[in-house]
Design a protein around this ligand. Structure first.
Ligand SMILES: [Zn+2]
Ligand SMILES: [Zn+2]
Length: 247
């Protein structure tokens, strides 16, 4: 299984990358996590022949801005979009005329599924729980090809992130803040917070993404995080756009 980071910036695009999107290529499915501007690169990695899934964490624009590029894809087996309650109404407002081609007019069928928090099989097992963020935001735990992948962006430190990441082979989480930086009014993680969650959950590997565009101005800023925390967290991966992890 391959996990490819299509967009690793939080908030907005800069020379360091696009806004959030991650591609999981499993044996049977192509699964995309969030639709920031990075999603437009997905077709450089996938054939589009497999059933495609798009999980939306929340509706801040750095997680859905790329939805206007969905019209470039083909997905002969259709695209299933999955999110929290209210997803259908919100996406049909955002992905609509006069802004872009509506979901109902894409060149392939789109089905939206709204999940309550808890465990589901769709057909692979997924658990979703709310995170701590100014807008309602889901974290997801997937079991695919005998591996556990957890995706928790955007959040402060919370028990649900630990629950979702329990014994995960890969925890993907956000790094909106610099080491030591706090943002109690608008919760995000700094590297220490992310490592704390990964250790508490006994996650094997921790991939950081959603680097705040305003605070991580260069890729060197990200690499400093890797250097500083690699001893403390041997499974640490500082993601950049187009990085692939084999699981
Ligand atoms: Zn965000
Ligand atoms: Zn957000």
């Amino acid at each position: 299984m391959k996990v490819t980071f299509l967009g690793t910036n939080g908030w907005y695009d800069t020379a360091t990358g696009n806004t959030c999107s991650v591609l999981i290529q499993s044996k049977e499915f192509d699964i995309i996590l969030d639709a920031g501007n990075g999603i437009a690169k997905a077709d450089t990695y996938i054939t589009q022949e497999k059933p495609a899934y798009l999980f939306i964490s929340h509706f801040h624009i750095d997680h859905i801005a790329g939805m206007h590029t969905l019209v470039k894809f083909r997905f002969p087996q259709g695209l299933r979009i999955i999110g929290q309650r209210g997803t259908t109404e919100i996406l049909n407002t955002f992905v609509a005329e006069p802004f872009t081609v509506p979901l109902t007019h894409l060149p392939y069928p789109v089905m939206i599924t709204e999940l309550d928090e808890g465990e589901h099989t769709i057909p692979f097992p997924v658990m979703c729980l709310p995170l701590v963020h100014p807008a309602p935001c889901y974290g997801y735990r997937f079991v695919i090809d005998d591996r556990v992948i957890t995706y928790c962006t955007d959040t402060g430190v919370c028990d649900n992130a630990v629950t979702l990441a329990r014994n995960a082979d890969l925890l993907i989480t956000e790094c909106g803040l610099k080491p030591g930086q706090e943002s109690p009014g608008w919760p995000h993680l700094n590297p220490e917070n992310a490592i704390h969650i990964a250790k508490k959950a006994h996650a094997q590997r921790l991939a950081l993404m959603h680097f705040g565009a305003e605070v991580y101005r260069t890729l060197d800023d990200r690499q400093r995080v890797q250097k500083r925390f690699r001893k403390d967290c041997p499974g640490l991966v500082v993601a950049t756009d187009d990085l692939t992890i084999d699981l």
